[in-house]
Design a protein around this ligand. Structure first.
Ligand SMILES: [Zn+2]
Ligand SMILES: [Zn+2]
Length: 361
């Protein structure tokens, strides 16, 4: 007779959102046993992304509750699964928007797991998210003290990346890095719309790869910060005539603006053959755009979208950030203030910085 013993589960504390719009409250959750390809991580920090606020409120209709959100986490590996070779106990790692993928499709085989043909598994997307979510995963975000994540998606942080200021690289960083990898070269005239969590990373990473960076912002008081981060030019696009003065100026525009802009006016700022890239998921009512095909046909301009980065580009971005000493401009707040901090972010209050980062005590 043989007896089998169930693999041990792990309990941990986590901030749980019980229903749409509810305050996250500290509860005890149970994680499934550590899989052979997974690592257990003692989480230290988690950046706050607008997506977490949208998911808390079910703004996109894809949330599943109860939910443990958070997808800009950093921590230290505390256990490794039996098949994990690339990470060891004590390694500092970061967790982003993706916790797993099929690892077999054409996209996954080249590390573009963000475009997995069988849908990647979102870090805390449950069944409500369709192909990107699986039942139970909604409780596995980075607002937990302990996480179990596939080792491919637990990114080893190179020396020089701090666990607090480096945390937002895992979403804000990779979200703008992907279009930079795809469309920006040294000398590219890059326009970055809106200087917030995503935009400030686009300025830093874009200038690091040699682009000539222009920030387009609605507020004049972002001019000084833009220059300090490495931007070469600043345009306050809400001022009369400023956008018109940018006609046919940019090779690439990365639009990080939460508000819906006049697409035709923005496309007018692109040079022939230029590319407009939308990053960050807008509100439901701002998710469709319209423009004429004739101007596109006669100018070769392109409209694109982009979702985070796959594992290959994420690792490349982390190496670049370490070698160029790039970090996010963050305000560190204890996890006990998660509700008020999420509320502030929802209202667009950034606290004088570009990303809130929650800290476990
Ligand atoms: Zn995000
Ligand atoms: Zn795949």
């Amino acid at each position: 007779m043989t007896t089998t013993t169930a693999a041990p589960t792990t309990t941990t504390k986590a901030y749980v959102i019980d229903k749409a719009g509810a305050e996250p409250t500290l509860q005890t959750i149970t994680l499934a046993a550590l899989g052979p390809d997974e690592v257990e991580i003692d989480m230290q920090y988690c950046g706050l992304c607008h997506t977490d606020c949208h998911m808390r409120n079910n703004d996109w209709g894809i949330s599943t509750y109860p939910m443990v959100a958070g997808h800009e986490g950093t921590g230290v590996v505390s256990k490794v699964g039996t098949r994990v070779a690339e990470l060891k106990v004590g390694d500092a790692v970061g967790i982003g928007w993706i916790r797993n993928s099929c690892k077999q499709c054409d996209a996954c085989l080249v590390g573009k797991d963000n475009l997995c043909g069988a849908y990647y598994q979102g870090t805390y997307l449950g069944e409500g998210a369709g192909g990107w979510g699986r039942g139970g995963c909604q409780l596995q975000g980075c607002f937990a003290k302990v996480m179990h994540v596939d080792a491919r998606f637990a990114y080893k942080l190179p020396a020089g990346i701090a666990l607090d200021a480096g945390a937002p690289l895992l979403c804000a960083g990779v979200t703008v890095w992907e279009p930079i990898v795809n469309f920006v070269k040294p000398g590219t005239r890059l326009g970055v719309v809106s200087l917030g969590g995503l935009g400030h990373m686009a300025v830093k990473l874009g200038s690091a790869v040699g682009a000539e960076v222009t920030v387009l912002s609605s507020s004049a008081n972002k001019a000084k910060q833009s220059a300090e981060m490495g931007a070469h030019h600043f345009v306050q696009y809400t001022r009369q005539g400023e956008l018109e003065a940018c006609a046919a100026k940019f090779d690439v525009i990365i639009d990080t603006c939460p508000a819906k802009l006049d697409l035709d006016a923005i496309l007018g700022c692109l040079k022939f053959g230029g590319t407009y890239v939308r990053v960050g998921i807008p509100h439901k009512e701002a998710q469709t755009v319209s423009t004429g095909l004739i101007p596109l046909i006669f100018t070769g301009k392109k409209i694109a979208g982009s979702i985070v980065s796959g594992s290959a580009n994420t690792n490349a971005m982390l190496r670049l950030a370490a070698s160029h000493n790039i970090a996010c401009d963050v305000k560190v707040v204890p996890f006990t203030e998660l509700t008020s901090t999420m509320d502030a972010l929802s209202k667009g209050e950034a606290g004088g910085h570009f990303r809130y980062v929650m800290k476990w005590d």
